[in-house]
Design a protein around this ligand. Structure first.
Ligand code: GDP
Ligand code: MN
Length: 383
């Protein structure tokens, strides 16, 4: 779960990392009022879940009320690479002497937390990694011991932080590590971590991703998910406990088990189709679960045809067929369904489906056949 900058900064502040206080607003009037209250110059920042806002015109310094109004008007509603700005964050503008970079993330291949620090901040860190890798310090941390103060100081020194701010950078790294660890973050990144002319070290930006599976341990963080920017169907799915991922195509993909669903995406793509979503109905086979899944798939207007791919293992094919029949008696599908049923009790399952003669439901024997059929049906729908 990705957090907006200002939400990340709230977490930072909770762990003693220095940030500017500010206000999140959603209207031009509130933006102007906030800017007046904070005092000029202010910085007005688009709150969207995508980086590079500055370059896209989503971060502006305003020297007075007229500028604050002009920029708030310009940035609200701005589309930054597909992310429309609904919220602005306004804080007192900081003076910048240097821009550093700091992050903590989980290095899966090393199975250890990784702290990254560089004095080349404010630009994309991938660019630093490519052009001046020697300016990037990467330090693994013992997950059980945590990041010690001497280690943090060493990282700051090795990265070339100005001598007078080594302690301040070490403080920031330790606080960032604490955020990462205690909030169950998968990524905690500051770019830029600035040094002010007064030699204060503070986070000017925040990029935090929380582990959704650990959210139950953090009741305070549950309200942070960006409901407004979340896909409404994805939101409904998460509320109903169904795995659903929205994609850009027009073929709905429904299956039992994430592995099967992923291979179904591949097979459909190979057959020339383009998946509209990824929906894993899980191991269950009861009619209610299937009805929910079908309703979710159909809630997406882009879906022109659906492939329901079932491989019976513990879940029996005849049970799934019964669930499907019961579900389709309640909600008649508005688009064609191709059902591929294989595995445990598949013959019985296909027989049940055939007898039920559901309108708009086509049975297929193999995955390839099902994929070709659904691609053809989706094509026919859009003609
Ligand atoms: P991003 O472009 O999405 O990464 O947004 P940032 O929050 O990192 O802001 C982009 C750039 O705007 C920063 O690297 C700074 O150079 C500049 N910036 C942001 N806030 C301030 C501020 O308070 N004062 C000054 N002088 N520049 C700022
Ligand atoms: Mn940034």
């Amino acid at each position: 779960m990705d957090l907006l900058e200002y939400q990340g900064k709230q977490l930072f502040a909770r762990h003693g990392l220095k940030v500017s206080s500010g206000q999140a607003v959603t209207t031009v009037e509130d933006a102007v009022a906030a800017a007046n209250a904070i005092g000029y110059p202010v910085v007005i920042k688009a709150q969207v879940l995508i980086g590079g806002r500055g370059k896209a015109g989503g971060v502006k310094l305003a020297a007075d009320e007229a500028e604050a109004r002009r920029y708030a008007e310009r940035i609200l509603g701005l589309d930054i690479r597909g992310h429309v700005v609904h919220t602005l964050w306004i804080e007192h503008a900081s003076e910048i002497a240097s821009e550093y970079y700091a992050s903590v993330l989980l290095d899966r291949s090393a199975k250890q937390p990784l702290v990254i620090f560089s004095v080349e901040g404010g630009v994309e860190i991938e660019q630093v990694a490519e052009q001046s890798p020697q300016k990037l310090v990467r330090q693994h941390v013992d997950a059980l011991a945590g990041l010690s103060r001497p280690e943090a100081v060493e990282i700051a020194r090795a990265g070339g932080a100005d001598a007078d701010v080594v302690e301040g950078v070490a403080d920031a790294l330790m606080a960032l590590y604490e955020v990462w660890e205690q909030e169950d973050a998968t990524l905690a990144e500051i770019n830029p971590l600035i040094v002010t002319p007064e030699r204060e070290v503070k986070a000017l930006d925040a990029k935090v991703s929380l582990d959704g599976n650990a959210l139950y341990r953090h009741p305070d963080n549950q309200s942070l998910s960006d409901r407004e920017n979340e896909d409404p169907i994805e939101r409904r799915a998460s509320e109903e406990g169904v795995q659903y991922v929205k994609l850009d195509g027009d073929i709905g993909i429904l299956g039992n088990g994430a592995g099967l669903v992923m291979s179904t995406l591949d097979v459909v793509a190979q057959a020339g189709g383009s998946p509209a979503n990824f929906l894993d109905a899980g191991g269950g086979s009861d009619a209610e679960k299937i009805r929910q899944a079908v309703a979710l798939i159909l809630a997406n207007d882009a879906v022109k045809a659906v492939l329901f791919n079932i491989f019976g293992g513990i879940t029996r094919g005849d049970e799934v067929a019964r669930g499907l029949i019961a579900a389709f008696k309640e909600i008649s599908p508005t688009v064609p369904f191709v059902v591929r049923l294989d595995g445990t009790n598949d013959v019985e399952g296909r027989r049940l489906l055939q007898e039920a003669a559901l309108p708009n439901v086509h049975a297929a024997r193999t995955m390839n056949e099902a994929a070709q059929q659904v691609v053809a049906l989706a094509g026919a729908q859009s003609d």
